[in-house]
Design a protein around this ligand. Structure first.
Ligand code: IPE
Ligand code: IPE
Ligand code: MG
Length: 237
């Protein structure tokens, strides 16, 4: 039987710190290695026909980390944006449409304006939508959606009684995208850590002890093979 490729895959890129610790390196080296793997897996996902992929890069809770670690992560995002600019043509050919999802407030200003440039430059690509979740929290995403809907109620555009699940889906950061079919979390942790909590209502989960900087194309293949053996019922029989 032909292998079915999940339309949307979510990945919690976890385990960078432990990977660095195993090698007696600073945590920032783990993040650097993790960023390389992000690029590799992103390209591979496009090649095998994944339509949407969401990478969890920085959570609303990650601000609790030491300032030097937060700064190192922000600098890696800057490096990625530099590269996206340099490789604009190449990424276009690969059909990568980039979106930054998350709460913009709190993110350094220079990053926000460059998020917008990168999104605009890749707008016409149509092979794979790549969501990069930065200052992302699933609960805050729902709060943001509720605020938008509350404004529509206040302006008389919608009746409170008429609010549907679809209205929430239409007002979250991933509006218009398919919900994730498969969520992957390496590093041996068995939790969502506030990732895509609305969208994952019927996602399949795949956990592994592998640390994110060691994650390879073969691991994505393994997750997809396992996904193919799942029986998704969506509440039916
Ligand atoms: C994931 O790796 C990267 C971010 C959360 C930004 P961690 O830094 O959480 O790695 P561990 O969990 O400490 O190993
Ligand atoms: C989740 O990893 C966030 C990202 C991968 C960006 P964490 O390492 O922050 O999650 P917890 O703290 O172990 O739940
Ligand atoms: Mg972690």
């Amino acid at each position: 039987m032909e292998r079915k490729i999940p339309e949307h895959i979510g990945i919690i890129m976890d385990g960078n710190g432990r990977w660095a610790k195993q090698r007696n390196l600073p945590r920032s080296e783990g993040h650097k290695a993790g960023a390389k793997v992000f690029r590799k897996i992103c390209e591979y996902a496009g090649e095998i026909g994944v339509k949407y992929i969401t990478f969890y890069a920085f959570s609303t809770e990650n601000w609790r980390r030491p300032p030097e670690e937060v700064e190192a992560l922000m600098n890696l995002f800057r490096d990625y944006l530099d590269e996206a600019e340099e490789r604009q043509e190449e990424n276009k050919q690969k059909g990568m449409r980039i979106h930054f999802i998350g709460h913009r407030e709190g993110v350094p200003m220079d990053l926000i304006s460059r998020f917008e440039t990168t999104e605009r430059d890749s707008r016409d690509a149509d092979k794979i939508d790549v969501n990069i979740a930065i200052n992302y929290g699933g609960r805050l995403e729902i709060v943001d959606a509720v605020k938008k809907i509350a404004h529509k109620v206040k302006d008389g555009e919608i009746n409170p009684e008429d609010i549907t699940e679809q209205d929430i889906s239409d007002n979250i950061y991933t509006a218009g995208q398919a919900d994730p079919d498969l969520i992957i979390r390496p590093s041996g942790e068995y939790r969502l850590s506030n990732f895509l909590i609305w969208q994952s209502a019927y996602s399949e989960f795949w956990f592994s002890d592998i640390l994110w900087p060691d994650f390879a194309e073969a691991d994505l293949d393994k997750a997809i093979d396992d996904f193919n053996n799942r029986n998704r019922r969506f509440g039916g029989v």
